[in-house]
Design a protein around this ligand. Structure first.
Ligand code: ZN
Length: 273
C-alpha cells in the first residue's frame, strides 16, 4: 500500500493489525525493496524482535528507530489510530479527545502522544516561503472592550503568511509578533519569506513598499473597492479563520494544560521562527 487512506473506512480496512502498519512503514522506508544500510545487500529476514536482519552481514535495521514510534509501549496499530484521529480533525485535537477516541487509561499518556505528534508535524525543513505571498495580521485572545484594530490591548497578534499556489493555498507560516510596527513586521517577514518574493498586503502603513524593496521584496497593496466585506487577502483570511477554529477546538477539549502555549488566557503560537 502506497497511499494513505482518505476516509476512515479505508483506514480501518487498510490497517487491520500491527502487521499492516509495519508493512506500511516498510514501504515508506524501502519503496522499491529492502537494502541493507551497511552492505547494500537486498536479502533479509524478519527476526523475533521485529528487526530486519541482513542475510549477508547480519546488520539489524529497525523500521521504527528514529521515528515517533521508537520505544513505544502500546501496539503500533494504536499509534496509527492516534495519527488518524489527530490529522483528520481540522479543528485541532485535545489530549482529552485523543484519550477518549483511543480508550487510553491515562490522560498523561494521551498528552505525551499528542505532544510527540505535534513536534513531528513541524517540518524540519522550515524553508522560507517564496513566490507570491499574502500577508496579514490577526488578533487572538479574549476581546477587550474599547480598542480595535492593530493597537488593541490584551490580545496576541499573529502574522499570517500564505503562499499563493495558483488557485490554491501553498505553504503557510504563522509568527507571534509583539506589535504591527514596520520594524517588527519587517523582521518577521525576513524570517519566513525569501527575498525576490512578491508580498500582497492591505494598505496598513506598517508595510512600507520602500522598506520591503530594501529587503528584496516586491510589494503589492490590495485596495478595497469600497464594498462592505471585500475579501482582499482571501488565502490569508482562510488561514486566519482556520487558526481561530483550531485554537477553539483545543480550548473546547476542556483542559488548558493540554496546550502549552496557553498561559493565563493569553495565546502563544508555537511556530515562532
Ligand atoms: Zn548487510
Amino acid at each position: 500500500m502506497s497511499d494513505y487512506p482518505k476516509i476512515y473506512g479505508e483506514f480501518v480496512k487498510g490497517f487491520p493489525d500491527d502487521a499492516a502498519c509495519y508493512a506500511y512503514l516498510f514501504h515508506i522506508r524501502w519503496p522499491n525493496s529492502f537494502i541493507c544500510a551497511r552492505c547494500e545487500s537486498g536479502k533479509y529476514w524478519l527476526d523475533k524482535e521485529g528487526l530486519y536482519r541482513c542475510h549477508k552481514c547480519l546488520f539489524k535495521s529497525s523500521i521504527t528507530a528514529g521515528t515517533i514510534f521508537q520505544d513505544r509501549k502500546k501496539p503500533l496499530l494504536q499509534w496509527f489510530h492516534a495519527a488518524w484521529h489527530i490529522t483528520e480533525n481540522k479543528h485541532g485535537t485535545s489530549a482529552r479527545s485523543l484519550q477518549q477516541a483511543l480508550g487510553l487509561g491515562s490522560y498523561h499518556t494521551a498528552w505525551a502522544w499528542l505532544h510527540k505528534f505535534r513536534v513531528a508535524m513541524v517540518s524540519p525543513q522550515r524553508d522560507k516561503l517564496c513566490g507570491e505571498i499574502e500577508v496579514d495580521e490577526i488578533f487572538i485572545g479574549d476581546p477587550k472592550p474599547g480598542k480595535r484594530g492593530r493597537g488593541a490591548d490584551g490580545k496576541e497578534l499573529v502574522l499570517v503568511a500564505a503562499e499563493k499556489d495558483g488557485q490554491h493555498i501553498g505553504r503557510i507560516r504563522l509568527v507571534h509578533i509583539s506589535d504591527a510596527r514596520a520594524e517588527t513586521l519587517n523582521t518577521a517577514l525576513g524570517y519566513i519569506i525569501k527575498p525576490g518574493s512578491t508580498i500582497y498586503t492591505d494598505g496598513w502603513s506598517g508595510y512600507s513598499t520602500k522598506q520591503l524593496r530594501i529587503l528584496g521584496y516586491s510589494h503589492v497593496i490590495v485596495h478595497t473597492n469600497g464594498h462592505l466585506g471585500d475579501n482582499l487577502l482571501p488565502f490569508a483570511n482562510i488561514i486566519a479563520s482556520l487558526l481561530k477554529r483550531w485554537l477553539l477546538g483545543i480550548l473546547q477539549g476542556g483542559n488548558t494544560s493540554d496546550a502549552p502555549w496557553l498561559l493565563s488566557g493569553r495565546i502563544y503560537i508555537s511556530l515562532q521562527p
